[in-house]
Design a binder for this molecule. Structure first.
Ligand code: ZN
Length: 530
């Protein structure tokens, strides 16, 4: 998400992270110049005990029959862990299984804000399971089945605990269905995004979702952690006249008896916080970018024209043309810098998101189509599209590695400024670096910024500075961008850590960068030599 200058919503703390609360007119200059200080006293790194990223093969979905007799001996059925042990969000995600596919059918009524859903989740057991959890906040659960047999369930906070009628063997693929419903609740007042409302937002004509890091479970049952990526299909029923725009590709749309059904499919692995299925009225423009990437842009018809100035030339475009053209330009540019575009389609969903009737400014890098509200800056589009490589395809394995998303997307803004002729990346580094050494900005440890400051401006701007400083230290753009391209290739569709990035940078550059990364990523204070 883009961190932007924020105007306050009543009762919020002002500057927010990716889900920044801004008035429509306030968005334009994204993070340029010296930002407000942020508090934080991160120290120490948590070494996550997880296996390295695997790049799943692209293939049609295959049902694997349960396997038996692999030398497992007698089953030892145990409950799966309630979380994946993330240092910042220990209960997000769930242990004991790996989700493969979510088939999310739901209807939504803008007049009552009610959602009625049927989630069909295919998963593979990674241990012998007597019981397992999904994450689900607030909504009511009517019934659960496992492999078509009714299963017992209980609720414990955000944990939906499911006990199948019989144990599930390690390696077995199983299908869970959950019938659920209610009014999804927007998360308000959480320190994680500085108090700004986020998650499921009810808009004038439908709904808008921006779920990073932990709000997907406010509208569907999910293993809500980037370590457990899956493929998604959406079947959304809305009153006729409204449209739905979700991740991936539109499969079909059907109008029947006062309802519209929209079916979308994202066949590539996706982290749960990147899921979106926005509901409302839309102007759609689709085609291909000049570089050949299929593109789908949907814009709320109430959005006004956008006037931009670049290299002294001012132009005014309709909102749909602005998002279409700038998204195409950014996606094609990033292919040159970061390697092949990782997904099937690129685009944008630009809505007029509101909370209690107040327009909200925010943007989030929802996979294939970032969501935007009150955004009029190509810089923000460039940021969210850079996340398709850094964050969406290569995801943070645990949330303490968040600078791998936001630092890289912010560095992309440095490149965008260079591309649009605003200033060079070095000049942008100098501007960011000019913050006085006494600023609280310098006290955040980028490699472990702590949960409630994980979206502090330092994670973005010092993260971006780290990459520009690395680029200048290496002194050879071929080598530097080979690091980024190797990174996006090696960890494509998987997850990664800061330690894996620093090791890769040393490997590709042939330099000893221990001191460099110690100063920039692991040590509070303003770097002076590196
Ligand atoms: Zn971002």
């Amino acid at each position: 998400m883009a961190r932007r200058r924020a105007l306050q919503l009543a009762g919020t703390l002002g500057v927010a992270a990716c889900l920044a609360a801004t008035a429509p007119a306030a968005d334009a200059r994204s993070g340029v110049g010296v930002g407000p200080g942020d508090q934080g006293d991160g120290s120490g790194l948590v070494a996550p005990d997880v296996t390295p990223a695997a790049a799943p093969q692209r293939a049609a979905r295959v049902f694997h029959p349960p396997f038996w007799g692999h030398g497992h001996g007698r089953p030892d059925y145990q409950p799966g862990d309630p979380g994946l042990g993330d240092p910042y969000f220990p209960l997000e995600g769930n242990g004991g299984y790996d989700t493969q596919h979510y088939d999310l059918s739901f209807s939504y009524e803008p007049s009552t804000d009610r959602l009625e859903g049927l989630a069909v989740i295919t998963a593979r057991a990674t241990q012998d399971l007597s019981r397992f959890d999904l994450d689900l906040q607030q909504l009511d659960v009517d019934s659960v089945t496992v492999d078509l047999r009714r299963a017992a369930f209980t609720r414990d906070g955000q944990e939906l605990q499911i006990t199948p009628r019989k144990g599930i063997r390690e390696g077995e693929t199983f299908v869970v269905t959950i019938r659920y419903g209610g009014v999804p609740q927007t998360i308000v007042g959480s320190p994680i995004v500085f108090g700004s409302p986020y998650g499921f937002l009810h808009t004038d004509d439908g709904a808008f979702q921006g779920d990073e890091p932990n709000a997907a479970s406010t509208w569907f049952p999910v293993s809500d952690h980037p370590q457990d990526k899956a493929r998604y299909t959406f079947r959304v029923s809305v009153p006729r006249g409204l449209g739905v725009v979700a991740n991936g590709t539109l499969k079909y749309h059907l109008d029947l008896a006062g309802r519209s059904l929209w079916v979308w499919d994202e066949p590539l692995p996706m982290a749960s916080y990147l899921v979106t299925a926005d509901i409302g009225r839309w102007i759609v423009r689709q085609g291909r970018t000049p570089g050949g990437i299929p593109e789908y842009v949907a814009v709320d018809p109430v959005l006004p024209d956008v006037t931009t100035t670049e290299r002294g030339v001012t132009q005014t475009r309709t909102a749909v043309d602005f998002f279409y053209e700038e998204s195409a330009r950014a996606a094609d540019l990033w292919v040159k810098y970061f390697g092949p575009y990782p997904f099937d389609v690129v685009g944008a969903i630009a809505d007029n998101a509101t909370y209690n009737g107040t327009p909200l400014g925010f943007s989030l890098e929802t996979q294939t189509k970032p969501v935007y509200s009150a955004v009029r800056s190509s810089n923000t589009i460039a940021h969210e599209l850079a996340h398709q490589w850094f964050g969406d395809s290569v995801s943070t394995r645990t949330w303490d590695n968040i600078w791998l998303n936001e630092g890289f997307a912010s560095f992309s803004e440095f490149l965008w400024a260079e591309f649009t002729g605003l200033r060079t990346a070095h000049e942008q580094f100098v501007i960011d670096y000019s913050r006085p050494a006494t600023s609280a900005f310098w006290q955040i440890v980028i490699a472990d910024p702590q949960r409630d400051t994980m979206f502090a401006s330092a994670v973005y701007r010092r993260g971006g500075m780290t990459l520009q400083a690395l680029r200048e230290k290496i002194g050879n753009d071929d080598t530097f961008f080979r690091i980024l391209k190797t990174w996006t290739a090696r960890y494509r569709y998987g997850t990664a850590t800061t330690a894996e990035f620093t090791a890769l940078a040393e490997q590709v550059s042939g330099l000893d960068l221990d001191e460099f990364f110690r100063v920039w990523l692991y040590t509070p204070g303003k770097p002076t030599t590196w």
